[in-house]
Design a protein around this ligand. Structure first.
Ligand code: MOS
Length: 749
């Protein structure tokens, strides 16, 4: 037996599927209602659960009218801390690095508004809803602490998604002392909520000590293990299905109390239970983006070069857990400065624990950083793009490492050209349109890390030359079900139509986390590798078989293409997969693959996607109304697998940036602590009419270090430059610098 032939990456990089702007394979399923979401699951004997949630922010529940609720026709059970069966694991424990303390009726304490305080289970949704209303809770309320003025400061907290509380390079104080001028400004960002279209939903059913869960979930293997721990069963006893998500944005990567309660109710009552949170009930127990107060300090020399950069973020978090928005990290990797200091403190409040929300840290952090850079450029009398170029980082500022690839200069150039930036007057309030509206142009740099997680995949070639590929990875609406299948087909050298792609179930090899903008690289890498593994085995068989035209291909090797193995030294000699299989008497041939980063590269290089966003706003000089009229983004994110879906992701990010700049804000009543806009009527997100003409340009980037396939990610980067670009455009239109998001009419007038 010879060594299996390995196919060099260059031989499989340009498969026929990758690079194609394929439409979503799930598109028709979704628009026809054929794609099933968790709440579409209706097992026999289904019960409906509704959570009752707290109407106060802090205190305890002193009374629940359980008797009246239970007496309501159709109500089967009311679960409260008084009768809640035990769990194998304390909901207030933190067993793993990515686990959150939760509220699962462990006691009568209230720690935030909309906290679950009881679960009503009934034969119908209507009966459960009415039962929850009839509980008519009474409270012993304590004063709510929901704003920065009332919060409990906690210095030097640990940043929430990795990274220490304080990171530093060089001597910041010396840098500020040497500066020709120092700019200091404080920026405020509000609490924001994920507001996925699909609410958090779960259908739980038990068969003995085997649990089946249908729920939207971004991290199937982690959640499987997490639920297993709560119920004291082995992970393999938990079947978790999550084929489609109607948006996740980070909030569906974590376990939360309501889900655990639904599973508990199903076990307690011996029947399947469905729980769907209402929109308002998602403003509390399932995470949000914590509010921040960020102070930026920039020292500049006479030429506008940074001498020191300090970014201090105070982030809102709950009283009982430790996730904080790592906003100051935004200043670590983008601009060259001989001295950088980034630090984080927490402000504890009576709010649900924040969690990762699309571009955690970077979104809020870059809103402040990109605003401050614009202010610094203006203070130096330098064009904001020129200022950024003068402070261009050739190596990663905080670590000193080389970038795996950085094409930000090209992003600046292409974006500026497409936008027409060259004609921009330096001073604000210089441009009007024909209707007399003030016009302003602003820009921001975009940056997001290119992490990878761990994923596994399995590929199986069949006798007829078609294949099945599998990984548990999920489609959140971002197009993974298409892009991952493209990569899987490329790994196998097959057309995508010859590949059956299975995903979204815990029975499959783990696809890792659909998050961190790392899903395509991680799960896609695993799928591609699994295909290559199959082909290596197939090549091994064929090249050792004297009856094959590939016999003796030896070190020159073969390449899989269009369902055939082709000799690299003589392309006229090839053989169909099916023929090789048939002669070898094989009905199936299996391979496996792993998606993960080469640790040596991870250690040696700094890895980021980059971009530049340009925005035009029009501001009514009398009314202060702001319209974003144009946005152009140029992004470099390694190899682009599907340009159509990539652009779609980037548009989504840019619109989210617009939303951050002008719309989104969760508002608490300061006395009660309650959220007053916990719905899509009061919590503003942009609609089509708010969304301008947009362009997302893709810059070619060959990144040989990030992973074998050169893939970075695009899920989150679109937000990062866009917020600042819009804020800076508003300044350019009006001459008013607003440092509090969202920017409102009253801030401008
Ligand atoms: Mo995300 S915040 O990595 O879904």
């Amino acid at each position: 037996m010879t060594e299996p032939l390995t196919l060099a990456p260059s031989q499989v990089r340009h498969g026929s599927n990758s690079g194609q702007p394929m439409t979503r394979r799930d598109g028709v399923l979704k628009v026809t209602g054929a794609a099933t979401y968790a709440a579409d699951t209706h097992p026999e004997g289904l019960l409906h659960a509704v959570t009752a949630v707290s109407g106060i922010a802090r205190g305890r529940v002193s009374f629940l009218d359980v008797a009246t609720a239970k007496a309501h026709p159709g109500v089967v059970e009311v679960i409260t801390p008084a009768n809640r069966p035990p769990l194998a694991q304390d909901p207030d424990s933190k067993p793993g690095p990515f686990s959150f303390r939760m509220d699962a009726l462990q006691n009568d304490r209230v720690r935030y508004p909309n906290q679950p305080i009881a679960l009503v289970v009934a034969e119908t949704l209507e009966a459960a809803t009415e039962g929850a209303r009839l509980l008519a809770p009474r409270y012993e309320a304590e004063p709510a602490r929901v704003g920065f003025a009332d919060g409990l400061p906690e210095p030097a907290a640990t940043a929430g998604v990795g990274g220490p509380a304080r990171q530093e390079t060089g001597d910041p104080e010396a840098g500020f002392a040497a500066a020709a001028q120092v700019l200091e400004a404080r920026y405020e960002t509000p609490g924001q909520y994920h507001n996925a279209m699909e609410p958090h939903a779960i259908v739980a059913q038990w068969e003995g000590d085997h649990l089946t869960i249908d729920m939207p979930n971004q991290a199937i293997a982690l959640s499987q293990a997490g639920f297993a721990a709560f119920f004291g069963i082995p992970p393999e006893n938990v079947l978790l299905r999550s084929p489609f998500l109607g948006g996740g944005f980070g909030s569906k990567a974590i376990l939360a109390g309501p889900q655990v309660l639904a599973i508990l109710a199903a076990r307690m009552l011996g029947r399947p239970v469905k729980l769907v949170l209402t929109r308002a009930q998602m403003y509390g127990p399932v995470g949000h983006r914590g509010a921040t107060r960020q102070t930026l300090r920039l020292g500049m020399d006479h030429e506008g070069r940074l001498t020191a950069l300090e970014h201090h973020a105070v982030s809102a978090t709950s009283t009982f857990d430790d996730f904080i928005e790592p906003a100051a990290n935004a200043s670590l990797n983008l601009y060259a400065s001989p001295a950088i200091l980034a630090r984080h403190d927490a402000m504890r409040m009576d709010i649900g624990t924040p969690g990762p929300m699309r571009a955690p840290g970077e979104a809020s952090g870059s809103a402040a950083l990109e605003s401050a850079i614009d202010e610094a450029a203006a203070a130096c009398g330098i064009d904001p793009l020129e200022f950024r170029l003068r402070n261009y980082a050739e190596t990663d500022p905080i670590s000193g490492k080389p970038y795996s690839a950085k094409s930000l200069r090209a992003c600046y150039a292409r974006g500026a050209e497409a936008f027409g930036w060259a004609g921009r007057p330096l001073a604000p309030r210089q441009m009007r349109d024909a209707g007399g509206q003030l016009v302003g142009w602003g820009m921001g740099s975009a940056l997001f890390p290119a992490p990878m997680f761990q994923a596994q995949a399995r590929a199986e070639l069949r006798a007829d030359g078609t294949a099945v590929v599998e990984t548990s990875g999920v489609d959140m609406g971002q197009g993974a079900w298409t892009v991952l299948a493209q990569l899987a087909a490329d790994g196998l050298g097959l057309d995508i139509d010859q590949v059956t792609f299975n995903s979204g179930s815990s029975t499959l090899p783990s696809g890792g986390i659909a998050g961190g903008s790392g899903h395509t690289a991680t799960a896609g890498g695993a799928l591609h590798a699994a295909g290559r593994d199959v082909l290596a085995r197939l090549a091994d068989i064929a090249t050792a078989d004297p009856a094959s035209p590939l016999f003796g291909a030896g070190n020159a090797g073969v390449t899989g293409r269009d369902g055939r193995l082709v000799r690299n030294d003589d392309e006229s000699r090839s053989e169909a997969y099916a023929d090789i299989m048939a002669r070898a008497g094989l009905t199936t041939l299996e391979g496996t693959g792993t998606g993960a980063r080469d640790p040596a590269n991870a250690e040696a290089r700094a890895m980021f996607s980059h971009g530049a966003v340009f925005a035009e706003v029009k501001v009514d000089p009398e009314l202060g109304q702001v319209r974003v009229s144009r946005m152009v983004g140029a992004f470099a994110a390694g190899r682009i697998i599907n340009p159509r879906l990539t652009r779609s992701q980037l548009y989504g990010g840019m619109i989210w940036g617009l939303s951050f700049a002008l719309h989104e804000e969760a508002l608490h009543d300061r006395r009660s602590g309650k959220l007053v806009n916990a719905d899509l009527a009061g919590y503003h997100v942009p609609v089509n009419a708010d969304t301008p003409a947009m362009e997302a340009l893709l810059i070619d980037e060959d990144d040989p270090f990030v992973n074998d396939l050169g893939i970075k990610g695009v899920g989150e980067i679109g937000i990062t430059g866009s917020v600042g670009a819009i804020a800076n455009a508003i300044w350019h239109a009006t001459g008013v610098r607003v440092r509090r998001f969202p920017i409102r009419i009253e801030d401008i007038l």
